[in-house]
Design a protein around this ligand. Structure first.
Ligand SMILES: Nc1ncnc2c1ncn2[C@@H]1O[C@H](COP(=O)(O)OP(=O)(O)OP(=O)(O)O)[C@@H](O)[C@H]1O
Ligand SMILES: [Mg+2]
Length: 614
């Protein structure tokens, strides 16, 4: 049987963990103190504090009402024991107490559930908005799958805590405060015995709780790693198939799944200890009360009604203690989730608007790159003293070889990176003074690696404005030499492009992304190597359409290919991050420098025509 068959893998995944696997190293981040991590939720809870206070009050009063129940029963039993027959008052009392308790608990639970749902919604939206504003460094630091796990699984742990476990914690606090008062009134001696057991149980469970919380963080981190592994693998599925790497991918995933299972297993073991401890404590307490209390009744030191009431109070306490394992576990899990969630929420976006950022500045399209230097955090100097003056309406081509700094320059122009030295001016205004929204609306950047959403051609091309007319979408598609491809699709503009454009060729994806850039009619258009999959004739046609469409607007094209540069008004030649030459095609060709050298080599070895010519 093939090693990859579902049964083989189910067997391998479902087996018991080996001792080596149990020792597998795992990553966990520093643990914040329990309350510090939950305290961070304060601002998120603040809008609901009134509703929450009502929920708290209703739940606590339900337990206060419930505490009267054993007293009524005590009275009832003592009446019967002393030969009385009128129990109507006791009966009415019991029914009244039950009804009131039910009303208070229903009200409290409903309010509390509403708070948990609203809190989770706010946390999700807050996390999503925060992630939207983060830059490249952030996404390099946190794998996408892990971020997804934090924004979904961790927030769900917080919601579940507030929904269910929080009520249990209120019950624990309320019952543990109210019941002892009533218990002391029945029998101080029995109360002392019960509390001795509780103190020992409390100390032991606190020690266990610390380890459980650490384990909960590890489990959540492992879940993040597992999610990321699946995401990484499915997004590279074509490469995996091309290199027949399915088996090694499945092994990798299995290792991650095992790691996750190991972490869960560790946590389940500790949780099991906690549950056992709670049950044992309940058993010992009942034995003590029945043993000692029974002999007190025999010696007439306690009435039968008082022992029954005491047992009922014990039952109430043991009931909440029995659930406390779950509640404490959920609390610890939520606290671990908070630590993980706030680790990302605490990260300020790397690039933000200045306080007085200009929102409505008019962009005409003149660009001045002034002595720009950029060094990546790893020390790689990508651009050195780059100066460029670009007038509105110019078609500029920046030529350079692999790694010469072309994409870095375009990312600096759109403020995806901040210069290490020098500055960039747009119509005479430093781009750091323009709001990011305005800047990126004015400067449209078409990326070198085209990214498509898993929707239709039309939705991809007109992503920024779903209400654009079909004529505009067709016009942009025509300019990007995509019209024929769309017409061949079974549903025209509505044809789905597949998961991230999986059903399109590389060249078709490139053109779709080019059409998306062209349709925005931005004052400055930045095209990063968008013609590499076009043959030179199609490229010439596309460029002449772009020139026509963008008359009066600035277009900056980055390329390796000299064939693209021929069409430019002006060419900048980059050489290892510096501007080596500037001028028109003929001027640079005659100069005999780097451009002429590139031209000679590319004419001698023209790159193959890419994509389907239209
Ligand atoms: N995130 C990064 N961290 C560190 N170094 C980087 C990073 N991105 C790019 N570099 C380096 O900076 C230099 C310039 O990269 P850039 O992407 O700007 O080159 P390019 O001219 O666009 O190349 P290509 O023609 O292959 O697209 C390269 O040497 C690259 O290795
Ligand atoms: Mg590049």
């Amino acid at each position: 049987m093939n090693d990859l068959s579902a049964f083989a893998w189910m067997h391998r995944l479902g087996r018991r963990l080996t001792s080596d696997e149990k020792k597998m190293p795992r990553n966990a981040m520093p643990t914040l103190p329990l309350w510090n991590s939950l305290e961070r939720l304060g601002p998120f809870l603040s809008p609901y504090r009134r509703r929450w206070a009502w929920a708290l009050a209703a739940l606590a009063s339900a337990h206060l009402i419930e505490a009267n129940f054993p007293l009524l029963l005590k009275d009832w039993i003592n009446r019967l024991a002393s030969g009385g027959s009128d129990v109507t008052v006791s009966l009415i009392g019991v029914i009244g107490v039950a009804a009131l308790r039910y009303a208070a608990i229903s009200f409290g639970r409903r309010r509390n559930a509403l708070v948990s749902v609203d809190l989770a919604r706010d946390l999700r939206t807050g996390a999503f908005g925060h992630l939207q504003r983060q830059g490249a460094e952030f996404f390099a630091a946190f794998p996408l799958g892990d971020l997804m796990a934090r924004a979904t699984n961790d927030i769900e742990s917080i919601r579940l805590f507030f929904r269910g476990a929080f009520q249990q914690l209120v019950a624990i606090v309320a019952v543990m405060t109210i019941a002892p008062i009533f218990m002391v009134a029945q029998s101080p001696l029995l109360t002392c015995f019960v509390f001795a057991v509780m103190v020992v149980t409390g100390a032991l469970s606190w020690a266990l709780a610390k380890s459980i919380r650490k384990k909960a963080q590890i489990v959540q981190a492992e879940f993040g790693a597992l999610t990321d592994e699946a995401r990484r693998s499915f997004s590279g599925i074509r490469t995996i198939h091309a290199h027949a790497l399915e088996e090694s991918e499945i092994s990798r995933f299995s290792r991650n799944a095992t790691s996750y299972a190991v972490a869960n297993d560790d946590m389940a073991r500790l949780r099991g200890f906690l549950d056992t401890l709670m049950s044992a404590s309940a058993g010992v307490t009942t034995l003590l009360v029945v043993g000692v209390g029974g002999s007190q009744v025999q010696n007439a030191e306690l009435t039968l009604g008082a022992l029954t009431a005491f047992l009922l109070y014990c039952g109430m306490m043991l009931g909440v203690l029995k659930n406390s394992g779950n509640a404490i576990f959920a609390l610890l899990k939520a606290s671990a989730a908070c630590t993980r969630l706030f680790e990302i929420l605490d990260r300020q976006p790397e690039i933000i608007d200045a306080e007085d950022a200009m929102q409505n500045v008019e962009i005409r399209g003149s660009v001045l790159v002034d002595n720009l230097t950029f060094c990546y955090p790893n020390g790689r100097l990508a651009l050195v003293d780059v100066t460029m003056r670009i007038q509105p309406g110019e078609l500029i081509v920046i030529v350079g070889r692999v790694g010469d700094g072309k994409t870095t320059l375009l990312r600096l122009l759109t403020r995806q990176l901040e210069p290490s030295g020098g500055a960039i001016f747009l119509d005479g205004i430093d781009i750091r003074r323009v709001s990011l929204k305005r800047l990126r609306n004015g400067l449209t950047f078409v990326r070198q690696d085209p990214f498509l959403f898993s929707t239709s051609f039309a939705e991809n091309i007109s992503y920024d404005d779903p209400d654009r007319s079909e004529e505009l979408i067709w016009a942009a598609s025509r300019a990007a030499a995509l019209e024929e491809t769309i017409r061949r699709g079974p549903k025209g503009l509505a044809t789905p492009v597949g998961e991230k454009g999986l059903s399109l060729s590389g060249g078709q994806k490139q053109r779709t992304s080019l059409a998306r850039g062209l349709i925005r009619e931005a004052p400055v258009l930045l095209l990063d190597d968008c013609f590499s999959a076009l043959d030179t004739q199609t490229e010439a046609r596309v460029l002449s359409r772009i020139r026509m469409l963008r008359k009066g607007a600035t277009t900056i094209i980055v390329t390796h290919r000299v064939s693209t540069a021929r069409h430019a008004d002006r060419i900048f030649v980059l050489d290892r991050g510096r501007v080596a030459e500037t001028g028109g095609h003929d001027e640079l060709r005659c100069k005999g420098g780097l451009y002429a050298d590139l031209l000679r080599r590319q004419e001698a070895y023209p790159s193959p025509a890419g994509g389907d010519a239209e």
